[in-house]
Design a protein around this ligand. Structure first.
Ligand code: MG
Length: 406
């Protein structure tokens, strides 16, 4: 079984930067849609592709794919917490690992994998999104979901939850199958019927990827859009894959030049495409950084909303610690002040402030004197009733003085 692939990505017509990343290597295809301001989305999506690039198609299986996704999740979360400007970053991930005639899908978020087989397009992944869950529960129709104001709210992403367990699936491939991975910049802009129509054209995978990105732009281009198309070609179809078969060692990650209007491959991955491809042999790939000085991502109304439990936990923990420190500091202060007062008719030394907070008295008697309040002269009562704060020894001296004067 031979594979032929094409890919294209575009920042769209609204966003200033492209936060999608992808990986195309013979037998390993990944699309990630990053989120989080101040370049966090780019960093997260790239980190996820970087981790999966370490997989070896042909030998890696379901467990290795799952482990790589879970590790990427942990690495992104750790970096998000360690670098304040990246706090809250995350990414979707949809990946296809092809061994022989089997594809193993690994999926978190609302990027998608589709399979075109015998003329019919089928979505292979469930969207981990709020509207996706509502559709699965029968509470929204797919049409309602497509236009829902909360359609960009995702419920699972790498880097943003304690653990983002990936959906894993294994599907047998047949000659003639066409796989397609995409970010929601395609599926949110172009109806499945139109996607099916484009994929059914007798064009190669690169032309199909380009046409789908073009369709997303014509549909509004409201989001970054990334498309990877993989054709499964039987060995006995001479020439069918000859000009678009990737080099085993070729790793392509994009978009390295995130300021570019569009990044698209040339047929075959033997040549780096438009300066963004990377042929790196068997060494670990060097991950191109976003172009310096590029504008930050637009925070428009279509910006993805993220449910980050971790952020809330961190915030709540900080609040609790600050409150605890404040209470402790107050308790130390309160135990360091004294005053002289009238304890049921007897002059006494109190520790704490002469007041109550939420019904709780902040002071208590630490030393009962020997002199009755009623026996005091007017000026002495005035002094006792003033509740002036004093030191402990000063208060004790006052009590002794009263006793002597009696
Ligand atoms: Mg997107």
């Amino acid at each position: 079984m031979e594979l032929a692939a094409g890919f294209a990505t575009h920042r769209g017509l609204v966003r200033q930067t492209n936060e999608d990343s992808f990986l195309v290597r013979k037998g390993l295809y990944v699309v990630c849609d990053g989120m989080g301001g101040a370049r966090g989305g780019e960093v997260a999506s790239q980190m996820a592709c970087e981790r999966l690039a370490a997989l070896a198609p042909g030998s890696a299986g379901k467990d290795e794919l799952r482990d790589a996704i879970v590790e990427a999740d942990g690495s992104i979360a750790a970096r998000s917490l360690a670098e304040p400007h990246l706090l809250g970053m995350g990414t979707t991930l949809t990946s296809a690992l092809i061994n022989d005639a089997t594809v193993i899908l690994g999926h978190v978020g609302d990027s998608r994998a589709y399979l075109l087989r015998e003329g019919t397009l089928r979505q292979l992944t469930d969207d981990h999104s709020w509207v996706g869950e509502m559709v699965r529960r029968g509470e929204l129709t797919p049409a309602q979901a497509a236009n829902h104001p909360h359609r960009s709210v995702i419920t699972r992403a790498l880097g943003t939850e304690g653990e983002a367990e990936p959906d894993l699936a294994e599907i047998s491939l047949e000659p003639g199958d066409r796989l397609m991975l995409c970010s929601d910049g395609l599926s949110g802009m172009v109806a499945d019927e139109k996607i099916e129509e484009v994929l059914l054209r007798p064009d190669g995978p690169q032309a199909a990827a380009d046409a789908l990105v073009q369709a997303a732009l014509e549909g509004g281009g409201e989001d970054n859009v990334t498309v990877v198309v993989v054709d499964v070609v039987s060995d006995d179809q001479p020439g069918a894959a000859s000009d678009e078969t990737a080099d085993d060692d070729t790793v392509t990650l994009g978009p390295a030049d995130r300021g570019a209007e569009k990044v698209s491959s040339v047929p075959g991955f033997m040549r780096p495409a438009l300066g963004m491809g990377a042929r790196l042999g068997r060494r670990p790939p060097i991950w191109a950084r976003p172009a310096p000085g590029a504008a930050p991502a637009a925070q428009g109304t279509g910006e993805r909303v993220r449910w980050s439990r971790r952020r809330w936990i961190v915030t709540a923990a900080v609040v609790v610690v600050v409150l605890a420190l404040a209470v402790a500091a107050f308790a130390v202060f309160n135990s360091s002040v004294y005053y002289v007062g009238n304890a049921n008719g007897v002059v006494a030394l109190y520790q704490g402030l002469p007041t109550a907070l939420l019904g709780i008295h902040l002071s208590s008697v630490v030393e009962l004197g020997t002199v009755g309040y009623d026996s005091l002269a007017a000026y002495q009562r005035e002094r006792v009733d003033s509740h002036d704060l004093v030191g402990k020894e000063e208060g004790q001296a006052f009590l002794r003085g009263l006793a002597v004067l009696q």
